[in-house]
Design a protein around this ligand. Structure first.
Ligand code: HMG
Ligand code: MG
Length: 296
């Protein structure tokens, strides 16, 4: 049976903007974040602490975290000790670490093999849990790798198991380049939920082939009730060739509401938040609900 309530983790300010070539000012990012909070978004990835040489758009991570009201769960994304230290200093209480199932993607993304990344992360996660930080582990290329092709579900599950053993609160399992099908989504999330019943299980779909919303429905049927999505459908990983944006939050929220599933999000205000960022991004925003909002 489907859940009565779903939690949306808004990733627009992070996944949405990291791939944006034009620098968005800190002020405009903060307006976007505030508008998202006003729409009822309670969990969000605000920014990432990564090398500004690799991802110039996220160079203002410190300013963003310090300025944002820490209501709900406000995440920062980071892959290493330097990032975690700066994030905690800036006041973050919820940290998302990330790693790819496939070595070749992880190398391109973080310049380490998967095993090297895991070795780095283990003591950091254990320490954060001792300090009462909420830890989420984002698992890239969980279905498909842009360089290695299809990923075996057992490999994804084995990687997730390590994070669960180290005490993470949440797994966010990602279709990085939007290659998963609803059949695969159902199968993997069913296995993950059976294997890890005590961890929050979140699905993260990119919408390259316009199958993300179908993949979300399949994951709902497999018992998932948390979804990452990006307002305006912005986003993509700069180191994953072929990736486009995340599934659009407004389209996910609309589907859920029509299915009588609560999200706590006000759709009109969410579209208003999209309109705040639209002037500052290169690509035109033409998600279903935002287009209807503008044309009404
Ligand atoms: P590197 O060059 O191998 O490592 O990069 P390094 O240790 O030599 O660091 C290079 C420079 O970055 C140094 O500065 C470091 O101090 C600095 P320099 O001495 O040259 O002036 N540095 C940092 N600065 C700020 N914050 C940090 C940090 N760490 C090092 N945390 C590194 C390794 C990991 C830094 C680099 O590869 C990197 O930044 N990668 C980030 C890639 C990224 O952001 N990808 C997108 C996010 S993941 C994603 O989108 C997928 C997801 O959405 C799920 C899905 O869809 O699959 C989550
Ligand atoms: Mg992503």
């Amino acid at each position: 049976s489907l859940p009565n309530k779903v939690t949306i983790i808004e990733v627009g300010p992070r996944d949405g903007l990291q791939n944006e070539a034009k620098l968005v000012s800190t002020e405009n990012k903060l307006e976007f974040i505030a508008a998202l909070q006003q729409a009822g978004i309670e969990e969000m990835e605000l920014t990432s602490f990564v090398s500004p040489k690799w991802v110039p758009q996220m160079a203002d991570a410190k300013e963003i975290v310090s300025a944002v009201q820490k209501v709900g769960r406000q995440f920062v994304l980071t892959p290493n000790e330097k990032g975690i230290t700066s994030a905690l200093e800036a006041g973050a209480r919820a940290v998302a670490v990330f790693v790819g199932v496939s070595d070749s993607f992880n190398k391109k993304n973080i310049n380490k093999t998967t095993a090297e990344s895991m070795e780095t992360l283990k003591p950091l996660i254990i320490k954060m849990k001792q300090d009462g930080i909420f830890v989420r582990a984002c698992i890239s290329t969980a279905f498909h790798c842009p360089f290695e092709g299809a990923i075996k579900p057992e490999d994804t599950i084995a990687l997730c198991r390590k994070f669960v053993d180290w005490g993470v609160d949440e797994l966010s399992v990602a279709d990085t380049i939007g290659m998963a099908t609803p059949t695969e989504s159902y199968a993997l999330f069913k296995k993950l939920n059976d294997a890890f019943p005590r961890v929050l299980m979140t699905a993260h779909f990119h919408d390259t082939r316009k199958m993300a919303i179908a993949n979300i429905f399949a994951a709902l049927q497999a018992g998932v009730s948390r979804f990452d999505s990006s307002a305006g459908g912005l986003g993509g990983c700069p180191f994953a060739p072929g990736a486009t944006g995340n599934v659009a939050t407004e389209d996910v929220v609309n589907m859920l509401h029509l299915m009588d599933i609560e999200t706590g999000i006000d759709l009109d205000r969410l579209c208003e938040a999209v309109s705040k960022i639209e002037p500052y991004v290169t690509d035109s925003i033409n998600t279903g609900m935002y287009t209807l909002y503008k044309n009404r």
